[in-house]
Design a protein around this ligand. Structure first.
Ligand SMILES: NC(=O)c1ccc[n+]([C@@H]2O[C@H](COP(=O)([O-])OP(=O)(O)OC[C@H]3O[C@@H](n4cnc5c(N)ncnc54)[C@H](O)[C@@H]3O)[C@@H](O)[C@H]2O)c1
Length: 292
């Protein structure tokens, strides 16, 4: 699968879906983005185009490469348009029933060799795979956010994942320029086991007045070598998503380090979700994920 152009369906045109579609379109795969309504689809496609345009502006892609990648991206609200997909990448809301139902619906639309990838952060891959009549084709592929910039994807097999699906997944991810680590189908996989408590401790430090958001972010990039400060990253992730992921991991692992600090609840209640609402820890004129 490394050189061949594939048809990829990305389900969910939100933060992760638009980021993953950027990755697959840029890598040469025809990419269809699906969401529940036209407005969300259009916003997702616009986010991909915005990222590609920014990459051209920064000299990371030539104008021709940017245009070719943008031409590979299409949007749809009709699942039937995904019939020719070789790979389906699910990045919808973190809800077990919704993910299961979607995979069940897709069983009747795509071919039986189509790979089903789920980008869940906290749910069981095995539980999601149970929604498909062919659970052997379902693999957990957990992308890091922002997906177009972060190279690593965690790969977790469900209980019934077949060897062919696992290997095809590793090959597919290599074809889109990702490196993979194989982990187990356990809450938080590897990365969120240490990322979520670390983000919580940065928020806690802010809440206790140990520094400003700017000084804590500078400490993170300057001392720990992270490409982005904790609060810049949380604004990209979305405070609602952080709250949900952290709470779910706490519920499953019963370790207080996963529990989100109270500031997260206040920000979510106020609608300060990060870049997507124009205000989180920082403020943004451009609410697109990779806007200016
Ligand atoms: N945000 C992150 O940092 C991050 C990182 C890794 C994994 N994840 C996981 O990725 C998934 C998506 O997260 P996100 O941050 O992109 O969320 P998001 O809220 O930005 O986007 C979710 C999108 O899914 C759409 N959707 C909901 N139900 C749908 C359905 N039945 N069919 C099609 N589309 C549907 C919504 O309309 C929305 O546009 C979640 O499972 C999340 O846990 C998130």
């Amino acid at each position: 699968m490394t050189t061949k152009e594939r048809t990829v369906a990305v389900l969910g045109a939100g933060t992760m879906g638009s980021g993953i579609a950027t990755v697959t379109g840029r890598a040469g795969h025809r990419t269809l983005i699906h969401d529940l309504d036209g407005e969300r689809v259009a916003r997702g496609v616009d986010t991909v185009r915005g990222f590609l345009a920014k990459s051209v502006k920064l000299g990371k892609l030539t104008a021709e490469e940017g245009e070719a990648a943008a031409a590979r991206i299409e949007g749809t609200t009709d699942l039937k348009d995904l019939a020719n997909a070789d790979v389906v990448i699910e990045a919808i809301i973190e809800d077990l029933d919704a993910k299961r139902t979607l995979f069940g619906e897709l069983d009747g639309i795509v071919g039986k060799n189509t790979l089903f990838h789920t980008n869940t952060s906290t749910l069981s891959v095995t539980g999601i795979a149970a929604g498909s009549s062919l659970p052997e084709r379902v693999v957990g592929t957990h992308y890091c956010n922002p997906a177009p910039l972060m190279k690593l994807v965690e790969v977790a097999d469900g209980r019934h994942t077949a060897d062919w699906a696992h290997q095809a997944t590793i090959d597919f991810l290599a074809s889109v320029g990702k490196t993979t680590v194989v982990t187990k189908d356990r809450p938080g996989f590897i990365v969120n086991r240490f990322l979520i408590p670390w983000e919580n401790s940065c928020i806690d430090a802010l809440e206790r007045g140990l520094g400003t958001k700017e000084s804590i972010d500078s400490a993170v990039t300057g001392a720990l070598g992270h490409p982005m400060g904790a609060f810049k990253l949380l604004d990209v992730v979305g405070l609602d998503i952080h709250q949900q992921v952290a709470t779910r991991l706490y519920e499953q692992l019963r370790d207080p380090k996963f529990f989100p600090p109270p500031m997260v609840d206040r920000m979510v209640a106020a609608g300060d979700l990060g870049r997507k609402t124009g205000r989180g820890f920082y403020t943004y004129d451009d609410t697109r994920l990779f806007g200016s």
